[in-house]
Design a binder for this molecule. Structure first.
Ligand SMILES: Cc1ncc(COP(=O)(O)O)c(C=O)c1O
Length: 373
């Protein structure tokens, strides 16, 4: 879908892009300046594989300030993007035949990573009529002697569902009791709506059963910079470092300097982005709910909506949301992502990390298309 969308754009065709999983905001100026300054100072060589000390310090300090955690720098690893931290964690933890409990809908890359290392993803289907809430007691039912890892992603990509702190604590207690690692993907942790406060399980001070994975990509609009991190036990971090040492090596040197500024400099860009995302969320949810036969919950975080379009599939004898997404792209030039990528068959993911004008135009085209469909 992305490739087709790119081709259309290159041919000057007016596309409404609801597919992209990245902020449309530019990286804040002060962060860009720090990276430029680093380049000018010739900070262009290899760095220590696990990241410069200054950045590890900035990561643990920021996390401590925001969430009350107390990680040390040897419990921190800087990775080329949060995605690679997740891959390293899975590859360091999972052997052939091990099971990973993965709540669905899930972020698209988790099952592929699990498969790649020979693990088995055990899906826990969260329910649309419960706003995709994740419940520790449902996780518990899926634990077997082969379970090595539980993955939790809150706020969730693609649903925007948020796991409340008390349920998060129950999940961690379960992991402790059953000697399992819980990986908490905090990639969207600052984007919570309706006054919800950012929360991290890092506050628990648990090391043995908890790995935090984070990213600067969404928080500071730095997707292309490729800077992410992991916080966890010194042993697991050391294992992940070995993998990194023989695969990618360090995150880009001057991007790391920009990341230090992002974490220690002014934080107001997060609040402005959040306020704008909330306005867009309200607009797109209201617009989608006004279209007959579309069901759409209210996301509590991140910047995606995950409407149910099953009625349109059935009425038009379409076998998948991919077929619907293709027609949307061909006929009205609107790009969305079919829900199959996230483990469900009745939904499409719409990213509202785009301007309010684009949202209005996209809704207009969607309405016109579905009316005739
Ligand atoms: C849930 C989730 N985790 C992790 C990532 C990885 O982000 P990055 O590799 O840019 O840090 C993404 C990116 O879309 C995501 O949606």
């Amino acid at each position: 879908m992305t490739i087709t969308a790119e081709k259309l754009k290159a041919n000057g065709i007016g596309l409404v892009e609801f597919g992209a999983g990245q902020p449309d905001f530019p990286t804040p100026e002060h962060i860009k300046k720090a990276a430029i300054e680093a380049l000018l100072q010739n900070f262009t060589k290899y760095t220590p594989t696990g990241g410069i000390r200054e950045l590890k310090q900035a990561i643990v300090e920021r996390h401590a300030k925001d969430f009350g955690s107390d990680y040390k720098t040897e419990e921190c690893l800087v990775t080329p993007g949060g995605k690679y931290a997740i891959f390293e964690a899975i590859a360091s933890t999972i052997d052939h035949g091990d099971e990973v409990i993965l709540p669905a809908p899930y972020w698209v890359s988790y099952p592929h990573m699990i498969n790649y290392v020979g693990g088995q993803a055990v899906l826990l289907e969260t329910q649309e009529n419960e706003n995709f809430a994740l419940c520790a007691s449902a996780v518990e039912k899926l634990i077997t002697p082969k379970t090595k890892l539980i993955i939790v992603n809150s706020p969730n990509n693609p649903t925007g569902a948020v796991v409340p702190p008390d349920e998060m604590n129950k999940l961690l207690a379960l992991a402790v009791q059953r000697h399992i690692l819980l990986m908490s993907d905090e990639c969207y942790c600052h984007f919570l709506y309706d006054g919800r406060k950012p929360f991290s399980l890092g506050v628990s001070k648990n090391r043995e059963n908890l790995l935090i994975v984070g990213s600067l990509s969404k928080t500071y609009a730095m997707t292309g910079w490729r800077v992410g991190f992991a916080l966890g036990s010194a042993q697991l971090i050391a294992n992940m470092l070995k993998l990194q040492s023989h695969s990618t090596s360090n995150a880009t040197s001057f991007a790391q300097k920009g990341a230090v500024e992002a974490l220690l400099g002014p934080q107001d860009s997060i609040g402005s982005m959040l306020a704008e995302y909330q306005r867009r969320r309200d607009r797109i949810v209201a617009g989608l709910r006004a279209i007959p036969d579309i069901r759409c919950g209210l996301p509590e975080g991140a910047f995606y909506v995950y409407p149910n379009v099953a009625v349109y599939l059935k009425r038009n004898k379409l076998t998948s949301t991919a077929a619907l997404a293709e027609r949307l792209l061909e006929r009205v030039r609107v790009a969305v992502v079919p829900g199959a990528a996230y483990g469900t068959s009745d939904h499409v993911r719409i990213s509202y990390a785009t301007s309010q004008e684009q949202i209005d135009e996209g809704l207009r085209r969607l309405r016109a298309f579905l009316y005739t469909f």
